[in-house]
Write a protein that binds this ligand. Structure first.
Ligand SMILES: Cc1cc2nc3c(=O)[nH]c(=O)nc-3n(C[C@H](O)[C@H](O)[C@H](O)COP(=O)(O)OP(=O)(O)OC[C@H]3O[C@@H](n4cnc5c(N)ncnc54)[C@H](O)[C@@H]3O)c2cc1C
Length: 392
């Protein structure tokens, strides 16, 4: 039985013990100095912290809220490789090589995360990409998408991935092997705890109002550093309005445990990524999407769930579950989109790099992009072709 809107407005992922029991980190107090400072402690910012610690540097990290307060702790938990758009679709400003390179580095990042966090947290599984709406038994609208997915299969196999056709009650599509599902809050909080152990100084509840010329400013103190990485994705336009990034809201809900499997052990997307789902080890369905049904309303930095999109997601849940269910959590978060879906890795000045604009696909891309920003500032390495580095 479904509950009337609104239900509990909290990420369903926060049932993980590390999220539930997170004691919190202090806010910045006074003026601090370190070799490097990272603003934004989601998956991207923490990858930067790790990269900087690996170089033997002292690092301060700072977040406006809790670690993983943003999309990093509220997303679909897909750890899938590659860019936001298909390999086989010609895309402005992207070369085939740049897309293939991004597949390669994101899959290497996934292997790294698997080693670091272990198989309980990073659960390796295929990515099932379904043509047309999920569980659309008539399959009337998915034919063109299915043909596109078959073309995509060939392109993915050409770069070494294992891709198989898939048919089942969810529809027709393809299964891309070697991806993963995760509780994203657990991924990020566990990573933060490990980085603190390694000596990173992390602060929460310290919103940054300015990052420039080697100084990061918060209401209760400043951080002076030679290297500053700003990794705030869905809030990038607030700190750097000159950057070509637009903030959208994405929404999800979670059911209670269903007591039976309604999805294969996979991360499942449908309708070109406008619907996404996974069923966790407790048997809960966690799903989201529907931004395309409310494109104007969802172009917002408001990160509260809305009745319209929540009702739409609930309809998808009903189609998949085909029986009674309870909605336990509803939530939303902000993400940065770019026009050509290339992530931004942009020098702001000699000390500051801004990263973000993952177009709803930043769990792995964000991490490799933040590492690229560190290498640019520290080694003068060129920003990879898969990112937009045009100076702001
Ligand atoms: C509902 C939803 C589902 C998604 N599903 C997936 C998925 O399955 N797979 C995938 O790859 N991607 C997915 N995404 C996108 C993905 O979550 C983001 O691309 C990714 O989290 C970006 O990581 P990040 O660390 O760059 O930014 P965020 O995760 O947004 O983290 C930025 C951090 O910066 C902090 N911050 C913001 N402003 C300031 C400030 N002024 N001062 C200090 N700190 C600040 C925030 O509090 C936040 O903790 C989804 C997003 C949403 C919202």
């Amino acid at each position: 039985m479904t509950q009337p809107y609104p239900a509990r407005q909290q990420p369903g992922w926060d049932i993980a013990p590390i999220a539930r029991d997170w004691a919190g980190l202090p806010a910045i107090e006074g003026d601090l100095t370190a070799d490097a400072c990272v603003v934004g402690l989601g998956g991207s910012g923490l990858a930067a912290v790790e990269e900087l610690l690996d170089r033997g540097l002292s690092v301060i990290g700072v977040d406006a809220g809790r670690v993983a307060a943003g999309a990093a702790g509220r997303n679909g938990g897909f750890l899938i490789g590659g860019p936001a758009m298909p390999l086989s679709t010609p895309t402005p400003n992207w070369t085939d090589q740049a897309k293939a390179d991004l597949w390669s580095v994101t899959l290497a990042e996934l292997d790294h995360l698997s080693t670091l966090l272990g198989p309980r947290i990073v659960h390796r599984c295929p990515w099932l990409n379904i043509a047309g709406p999920i569980a659309d038994t008539e399959q009337a609208t998915g034919q063109a998408e299915l043909a596109a997915l078959q073309t995509e299969s060939a392109a993915l196999r050409a770069i070494g991935l294992q891709v198989d056709p898939w048919t089942g009650p969810l529809g027709n599509g393809i299964a891309i092997a070697g991806q993963a599902r995760v509780n994203p809050a657990e991924r990020v909080l566990t990573t933060a705890a490990a980085l603190i152990e390694r000596g990173a100084e992390l602060y929460e509840h310290s919103p940054v109002s300015r990052a420039a010329d080697g100084v990061v400013s918060t209401p209760s103190g400043t951080i002076t550093a030679k290297i500053i990485i700003v990794a705030v994705d869905g809030r990038l336009d607030q700190l750097f309005p000159q950057l070509p990034v637009t903030t959208y809201r994405l929404q999800m809900l979670s059911t209670g445990p269903l007591g039976r499997r309604v999805l294969p052990d996979a991360v499942v997307s449908a309708r070109e990524g406008y619907e996404w789902l996974q069923q966790d080890d407790a048997g809960r369905l966690l799903l989201g999407g529907g931004r395309d049904h409310q494109l104007v309303a969802e172009r917002t930095s408001n990160a509260e769930p809305s009745a319209e999109v929540q009702q739409w997601i609930e309809g998808v849940a009903a189609a998949v579950i085909d029986g009674p269910f309870e909605v336990t959590h509803r939530w939303a978060a902000s993400v940065g989109y770019t026009e050509d879906e290339r992530p931004l890795c942009v020098p702001i000045d000699q000390t500051v790099m801004a990263v973000g604009g993952y177009s709803g696909h930043g769990n792995l891309v964000g991490a490799v992009n933040a590492r690229a920003a560190v290498r640019h500032l520290l080694d003068g390495a060129a920003v990879p072709d898969w990112a937009n580095s045009t100076p702001a």
